[in-house]
Design a protein around this ligand. Structure first.
Ligand SMILES: [Zn+2]
Length: 225
């Protein structure tokens, strides 16, 4: 989800940076329209709607040093129809990179639209990624407080050394396998384990109540109520 939102925000962010720079430090020039053309964008969008059409105008302008530059600008249908080849429009360009030039009429609006897209993307990320992440982590961490499987024994003596064992529990993730004496191991999967020993429910982690003898390295536990 983060990647999807990032793919959605990135072009808007780049656009915002460029238009902000043009707005604050861009130089104005009179540009002559050399050519007009429309391009059909045969992207995946055509699956859902009619072909997206790009209205492009090729312009020529001189920078402050008198060097000529040509640039292709994407414009709206209205703008495209309003001007003819040979007409002059105003453009803004970057002093250090005159090829990064845009029609002056679009600077303000595009800056605000791209800013709006970035804010929408940030809100979507907050709602669909960050918030569920925080809530999920909180719920999962609280899952440890759920009622655990309990042995009805308060004290246990180690079957080997006969000393009292420590009471505790075994937290589990992927289950415990058990085979009877002489039985072949077979395929070990989460479906062949003892019931109740796999952490299927994110909000209810299995915790097996039991007793431990650290001297003899023995653990006795109950795996189901
Ligand atoms: Zn022992």
């Amino acid at each position: 989800m983060t990647i999807v939102i990032a793919c959605f925000i990135k072009p808007a962010f780049d656009m915002y940076l460029l238009y902000s720079r043009l707005d604050s430090e861009g130089l104005t020039a009179e540009a002559k329209i050399l050519k007009k053309e429309t391009q059909t964008d045969s992207s995946f969008l055509e699956i859902f709607s009619s072909h997206a059409v790009n209205n492009l105008i090729r312009v020529e302008f001189e920078d402050l040093r008198g060097n000529a530059h040509e640039s292709v600008l994407g414009v709206s249908r209205l703008f495209y129809d309003k001007y003819d080849v040979g007409d002059v429009i105003q453009v803004l360009y970057l002093r250090d990179d005159p090829n990064r030039c845009k029609a002056a009429a679009y600077i303000e609006n595009t800056k605000y639209i791209s800013k709006f897209v970035i804010i929408c993307g940030a809100i979507a990320w907050l709602l669909f990624v960050l918030l569920p992440g925080i809530v999920g982590t909180l719920l999962i961490s609280r899952a440890d407080n759920r009622e655990e499987i309990k042995l009805e024994i308060s004290e246990m003596k180690c079957p080997e050394c006969c000393l009292p064992m420590q009471e505790g529990y075994v937290p589990l993730i992927s289950g415990i396998n058990w085979r009877c004496k002489g039985e072949s191991v077979g395929l070990l999967t989460v479906f062949s384990v003892l019931p109740g020993t796999v952490w299927w429910n994110p909000f209810n982690r299995p915790k097996l109540h039991g007793f431990h003898c650290p001297r003899c390295k023995i653990i006795l536990f109950k795996y189901r109520k």
